[in-house]
Design a protein around this ligand. Structure first.
Ligand SMILES: *[C@@H]1O[C@H](CO)[C@@H](O)[C@H](O)[C@H]1NC(C)=O
Ligand SMILES: *[C@@H]1O[C@H](CO)[C@@H](O)[C@H](O)[C@H]1NC(C)=O
Ligand SMILES: *[C@@H]1O[C@H](CO)[C@@H](O)[C@H](O)[C@H]1NC(C)=O
Ligand SMILES: *[C@@H]1O[C@H](CO)[C@@H](O)[C@H](O)[C@H]1NC(C)=O
Ligand SMILES: *[C@@H]1O[C@H](CO)[C@@H](O)[C@H](O)[C@H]1NC(C)=O
Ligand SMILES: *[C@@H]1O[C@H](CO)[C@@H](O)[C@H](O)[C@H]1NC(C)=O
Ligand SMILES: *[C@@H]1O[C@H](CO)[C@@H](O)[C@H](O)[C@H]1NC(C)=O
Ligand SMILES: *[C@@H]1O[C@H](CO)[C@@H](O)[C@H](O)[C@H]1NC(C)=O
Ligand SMILES: *[C@@H]1O[C@H](CO)[C@@H](O)[C@H](O)[C@H]1NC(C)=O
Ligand SMILES: *[C@@H]1O[C@H](CO)[C@@H](O)[C@H](O)[C@H]1NC(C)=O
Ligand SMILES: *[C@@H]1O[C@H](CO)[C@@H](O)[C@H](O)[C@H]1NC(C)=O
Ligand SMILES: CC(=O)N[C@H]1CO[C@H](CO)[C@@H](O)[C@@H]1O
Length: 640
């Protein structure tokens, strides 16, 4: 994820020419299915609107918004039912989980509160994360059979995504909480057509009906419109528009879909699905390196802001672009709408990738298109290539005493992984949210061969140690160093952290760490791989499914029970309930027990565990998870 790697991969060469425009085939147009709302007032251009309700203000981060607390009441009712359904097929020994849930349902704060976090890592993270979500979704075919984990998504309160993980969130939420199956369909009009690089633009067989030149012209027109309306634009505007064409199933690349529109759909308002949280980092004034003391922002469907002690405030998302001063909108300033374009939001979270757009110059696009981009790109300082410019800064003169951004008229926002916290845990460890368990899907490329090694977990743990400073009262389970992650194989199998709630830096969720590892395919394509065919896409998604379910529990027949134990653990503590024996056994197997091995490991090169999924289902009934091929993998580097 370092800039060096990006430059290196760009140097490998991207397409110099863009495919010639194939003919239009209107017959292939699929009907537009439901999704978030196309409610922007003027496409991509932020525009004066009449203020939504009372004049918008920035609020303190001391509590959750009333929007969230109101919504939670509805959602927690839905998750109770969903959890009860989940435990229909997920058995925790002979413990009667359904009766337990029934007994405590009158006090919803006793019921498990689940978060899911999907890391960054480009398309690899999007696909591996999609595999996990597919496994957790009760709508997936056969996902609610024994050994599977369908229904966990329906039981979750929060779903957080960062960078590539935010593309996954955008694909799901802007398309009306669609399923992974539908996104990856092989039928005409599939949303996820990753055979076409984002530099080429969408396939004309789908809903977009654009050749590359029109694709770029449309993008250029949109950004030009925003500039002409008086708003600063950055390379992230181009990037976000391009992403929208790939992720949103809407004509014109979903140009008029806003992120705040998610909150306006009736299904969301009824609490039918989890709260999506997109994470991005702030770059400190005058600093080019984004370190662990950078501010971590979240976009939720109502607001943009942060719990960090710097800004410590939230601005209404639908009114971004309005000129707030000291947290309120002066009477001579208009309310602005449409700034929170959904593509721009996921583009912001993934701004590490926007430098691809610098390659536009090397294509054979018409000059008039290039000219528009060059105005934007050429005016950029080299150091500003990876930022999204939020101008006006909604936190201008807000919290003067603590905010390093209070004097800035524009906010520089960067990729959510640049502070190394590549798993979006930050919003899920906020004490106000009281999350009990986080399923942390890690597709980071930490090692030479693009496998995770716990770096993201370490970064979040270390930040939480500064509880009176930037951590601002957050806590995290104790985790070991990366060498230990590799030496003990904690990056090749699910590991629980924070099982013992006293061995944490304070009240914090139990974290179920789900590292990307090769079950059925080498799912470690590099972060900057721009295209892959549908079969590779599907293989990586399937591999993600195997990771989440431990190959449908064939690697450990108790796996789903253990997931159940992780879900119930904090709730049992609150209600003074004794853990069933099977959970004790699970925690012995899956909880990191404090052992470390910090010797420098050799090169980490895991190989595919299951060469053929069908035969594996028979062969893989192993007495203990530690005797599997994982152990062989561990041996490789402990011997080295
Ligand atoms: C969104 O999906 C829900 C559930 O599948 C469906 O009932 C609803 O009609 C869809 N909304 C739109 C606008 O299509
Ligand atoms: C959030 O809640 C406030 C206060 O109840 C309300 O005025 C506002 O309209 C809500 N925002 C959204 C986007 O629903
Ligand atoms: C779906 O689940 C049923 C019942 O467990 C099983 O018989 C069937 O083989 C499964 N189908 C697939 C494609 O996995
Ligand atoms: C962040 O940390 C760096 C390195 O320790 C330090 O130089 C910088 O002043 C810090 N910035 C802020 C805003 O605290
Ligand atoms: C693209 O090419 C034009 C003409 O050669 C040049 O003026 C411009 O600086 C280049 N832009 C970028 C971003 O490299
Ligand atoms: C914040 O600083 C600005 C500029 O120094 C000042 O005008 C404003 O009154 C300050 N706001 C507060 C609430 O102190
Ligand atoms: C873990 O990942 C970090 C970040 O990429 C890297 O610097 C470090 O060398 C890696 N360590 C191991 C043991 O893989
Ligand atoms: C903790 O955070 C404060 C304020 O953000 C900072 O000044 C201090 O250097 C940090 N301490 C450590 C050990 O990082
Ligand atoms: C697990 O289930 C999924 C979905 O039903 C299936 O595609 C996959 O082949 C199964 N894997 C194994 C190892 O049985
Ligand atoms: C937590 O566990 C670690 C590793 O075993 C140990 O070093 C530390 O002392 C424990 N801390 C607490 C507060 O129990
Ligand atoms: C994926 O990882 C394997 C080792 O686990 C390695 O041999 C292979 O080169 C890696 N592929 C990429 C694209 O990095
Ligand atoms: C728990 C905690 O330390 N909260 C602090 C977070 O930051 C704000 C703003 O600086 C403080 O007012 C809180 O006390």
């Amino acid at each position: 994820m370092k800039s060096g790697a990006l430059i290196a991969s760009l140097a490998l060469g991207l397409p110099g020419a863009i495919a010639a425009p194939p003919g239009f085939e209107p017959a292939n147009v699929v009907p537009i299915v439901g999704r978030a709302l196309p409610n922007a007032p003027d496409g991509y251009v932020p525009t004066k609107v009449s203020c939504p309700g009372p004049r918008p203000t920035v609020r303190s981060a001391a509590h959750l918004s009333s929007n969230e607390t109101d919504w939670l009441k509805k959602r927690r009712e839905k998750t109770q039912t969903a959890l009860s359904d989940f435990f229909d097929h997920v058995k925790v020994g002979d413990y009667d989980v359904k009766s337990y849930l029934e007994k405590h349902k009158s006090n919803s704060s006793n019921i498990p509160n689940i978060g899911i976090a999907v890391s960054g890592g480009g398309y690899r993270a999007l696909m591996n994360g999609a595999g996990a979500i597919k496994a957790f979704d009760s709508r997936t075919y056969n996902a609610t059979t024994e050994g599977h984990l369908g229904g966990l998504l329906q039981s979750a309160t929060y779903l957080a995504g960062l960078s590539g993980g935010s593309w996954l969130l955008g694909s799901i939420y802007i398309n009306n909480f669609t399923t992974i199956d539908k996104l990856q369909t092989h039928e005409d009009g599939a949303v996820w057509q990753f055979g076409n690089s984002i530099l080429e633009g969408p396939d004309t067989g789908g809903i977009q009906l654009l050749d590359s030149a029109s694709y770029y012209k449309d993008i250029a027109d949109a950004i030009d419109g925003k500039r002409k309306a008086g708003f600063d634009t950055s390379i992230t505007d181009i990037w976000g528009r391009a992403l929208a064409y790939q992720m949103f199933n809407a004509s014109d690349g979903g140009i008029d879909y806003t992120w705040s529109s998610i909150a306006k759909t009736s299904e969301f308002q009824d609490g039918d699905y989890p709260l999506p949280l997109v994470v991005a980092d702030g770059r400190n004034p005058g600093e080019l390196v984004v370190g662990s003391n950078s501010t971590v922002y979240e976009f939720n469907p109502w607001e943009f802001g942060t719990f960090d002690p710097t800004v410590y405030g939230f601005a209404p998302l639908e009114s971004l672009g309005s000129r707030f001063v000291g947290g309120s909108l002066p009477s001579n300033e208009s309310c602005i709408g449409g700034y929170d374009n959904a593509g721009f939001v996921i583009g912001t979270s993934s701004s590490l990738f926007n430098q691809f757009m610098l390659q536009l110059n090397t294509t054979d696009l018409p000059n008039f298109v290039k000219d528009i981009f060059n105005d934007i790109l050429f005016s950029l300082d080299k150091d500003d290539n990876d930022i999204a410019s939020y101008d006006p800064n909604p936190f201008y003169q807000y919290n003067n005493d603590t905010s390093p951004y209070a004097k800035q008229t524009a906010l520089d926002i960067v990729d959510g992984g640049e502070d190394l916290q590549n798993i979006p845990l930050h919003p899920l460890i906020q004490p106000e949210r009281h999350v009990d368990v986080v399923f942390a899907v890690d597709s980071s490329a930490d090692t030479t061969y693009s496998w995770p090694n716990g770096t993201a977990m370490v970064a979040t743990y270390e930040r939480s140690l500064n509880s009176t400073g930037i951590g601002n009262g957050t806590s995290f389970p104790v985790v070991p160093d990366q060498n230990t992650f590799v030496n003990l194989g904690l990056n090749t199998r699910p590991t629980f952290f924070g099982c013992n709630s006293s061995n944490t830096t304070g009240p914090t969720p139990l974290v179920v760490y789900l590292p990307n590892t090769p079950y059925t395919t080498l799912s470690n394509e590099t972060t900057f791989t721009l295209s892959r065919d549908d079969n590779v896409r599907d293989d990586i998604i399937n591999n993600g499914y195997e990771i989440a379910t431990m190959a449908n529990s064939t690697r450990d027949g108790n796996w789903t029970a253990c997931v159940g134990c992780a879900i119930l653990s904090r709730s049992f503590e609150r209600t003074g309930t004794t853990l069933p024996d099977i959970c004790t056994q699970c925690f012995t197997n899956y909880c990191w027990n404090g052992t470390t091995d910090s010797r420098e490991p050799g090169t980490f090169e895991p190989s595919v565990l299951i060469e053929d999924a069908d035969s594996a289902a028979v062969a893989a009934i192993v007495p203990s998870m530690l005797t599997t091929a994982i152990a062989a993998g561990v041996a490789l580097f402990t011997l080295a």
